[in-house]
Ligand binder design. Structure first.
Ligand SMILES: Cc1cc2nc3c(=O)[nH]c(=O)nc-3n(C[C@H](O)[C@H](O)[C@H](O)COP(=O)(O)O)c2cc1C
Length: 193
């Protein structure tokens, strides 16, 4: 059921590196993004996939996971993401950089759902320097990295919890080390008149 997949699709910041992610798996995730909705069907997005150890190590250096839990310094050593998908905009198709951000979100959701269905996990990453990542991956000048997705087998336990009385929606780790993600209730998100 789609809702179960959505519930299982939690952002993951710690990976079991003994499970390699293949290029074939990453390509299949991109295929799901390719088939998704796109503004005026222009399809400005292109995808760079990598499971190369050196490139993954570089991307791990250039991205920030779990900025709301700085004391944990995520990912823990040895649990770095083994693979990444970079969602890029092809400026040769459109150079309107802000017009297609919704396409990026839709593509990212398709990718993370596909990863979850494969028994893998993912984390969308917006916390990075576009220029540094572009340079480190040696991408062509017409490409702009709009969002990075880490992919791998989860080494974490994550669960959805109620928003606490404080109203804070920040994710946290409980005393068992489980990653807790507060989601507003259905009642609180439905607009009534
Ligand atoms: C556009 C976008 C950018 C994000 N960037 C980061 C990021 O840079 N680092 C990170 O650890 N998580 C990032 N996240 C993951 C969010 O923190 C996560 O979605 C949120 O905590 C809710 O958890 P959930 O995905 O398990 O529902 C991003 C999510 C989105 C949608």
């Amino acid at each position: 059921m789609l809702k179960d997949l959505i519930k299982a699709n939690r952002s993951c910041r710690g990976y079991d590196r003994s499970r390699r992610v293949t290029k074939k798996e990453l390509t299949e995730m991109v295929d799901c993004a390719r088939l998704s909705a796109a503004g005026i069907n222009l399809q400005v997005l292109k995808y760079y996939i990598t499971n190369d150890r050196e490139e993954a190590a570089k991307l791990n250096e250039l991205t920030k996971l779990g900025a709301m839990l700085p004391e944990l310094k995520l990912p823990f050593k040895g649990e770095e993401p083994p693979a990444y998908i970079l969602i890029c905009q092809d400026l040769d198709i459109s150079d309107k950089e802000d017009h297609f951000l919704m396409d990026v979100g839709i593509a990212a959701q398709s990718i993370t759902l596909a990863a979850t269905e494969m028994g893998l996990a993912a984390c969308m990453i917006g916390n990075y320097s576009q220029v540094k990542v572009h340079e480190a991956m040696g991408l062509a000048p017409n490409l702009r990295v709009k969002l990075i997705i880490a992919v791998g087998k989860s080494a974490e336990t994550a669960k959805i919890v109620r928003v606490p009385a404080s109203g804070l929606t920040a994710y946290y780790r409980n005393d068992k080390g489980e990653h807790c993600v507060p989601k507003r209730s259905l009642k609180d998100v439905l607009i009534t008149k």
